[in-house]
Design a binder for this molecule. Structure first.
Ligand code: 5GP
Ligand code: MG
Length: 201
């Protein structure tokens, strides 16, 4: 991957906690496309819940990866909502292989009889959304739907499919727009494949 040194990806180059040089590599989705797609998703979501009661939609975001997507998506949804969070960790530290979803912070708001929309950054095996939606269903919501910005193109069937999907991406470790590697790159405004020094030619 050769980019001009003045490129925005170059500005995000960093050293990870094991001393490797890392940066956003191949850009999959630029910020303008994300912006446009979020407006479509927000319209679809508002339409889906039309007439469902003005104060009954609760958006539950899975942190930390969903934080940037959440911020942009909720501001594009033209209807009242409430918001809550859960924190689930899959890739601790420099891991780029999942260790399985671990619940670090549980939802603290009441969802009894509410329509719940779970938001996550990316759907891979579906293990995270399956675990979270099962937990949410045990608290008697009126309905549970799911929305992800990205869906990975994986060969195997998933534990769960999402109701609203922004983009499909190849089966690679991606970063940016909330998605991190070793805590880095959440503020990179597009979606890119992680590039690390050991992969460079
Ligand atoms: P799943 O449980 O569906 O296999 O994985 C979904 C979770 O793993 C997401 O919430 C996300 O935090 C994390 N994840 C999956 N794939 C990626 C990826 O390519 N990059 C990053 N940064 N996180 C990922
Ligand atoms: Mg996550």
């Amino acid at each position: 991957m050769v980019d001009s040194p003045s490129s925005i990806e170059q500005a995000f180059q960093a050293i990870d906690s094991q001393g490797r040089r890392v940066r956003p590599g191949c850009v999959l989705i630029d910020p303008d496309r994300i912006d446009r797609r979020i407006n479509d998703l927000a319209a679809q979501i508002a339409e889906t819940y039309t007439g469902q009661g003005q104060d009954e939609l609760v958006i539950v975001a899975i942190m930390t990866g969903a934080m940037v997507f959440l911020a942009d998506l909720v501001r594009a949804i033209r209807r009242p909502i409430r918001m809550g969070i859960m924190i689930v960790t899959n890739y601790p530290g420099v891991a780029t292989k999942a260790v399985g979803p671990q619940l670090d912070y549980d939802l603290r708001i009441d969802i009894t009889d509410k329509h719940v929309l779970v938001i996550d950054d990316i759907l891979d095996t579906g293990g995270t959304l399956a675990k979270v939606t099962e937990r949410i269903r045990s608290r008697s919501p009126r309905s549970v739907r799911t929305c992800v910005l990205l869906e990975k193109d994986i060969p195997d069937p998933r534990a769960i499919e999402a109701d609203f999907v922004g983009f499909r991406v190849p089966n690679e470790f991606v970063i940016g727009y909330g998605l991190d590697y070793d805590g880095l790159f959440r503020n990179y405004p597009g979606i890119a494949v992680l590039e690390s020094a050991e992969h460079e030619g």
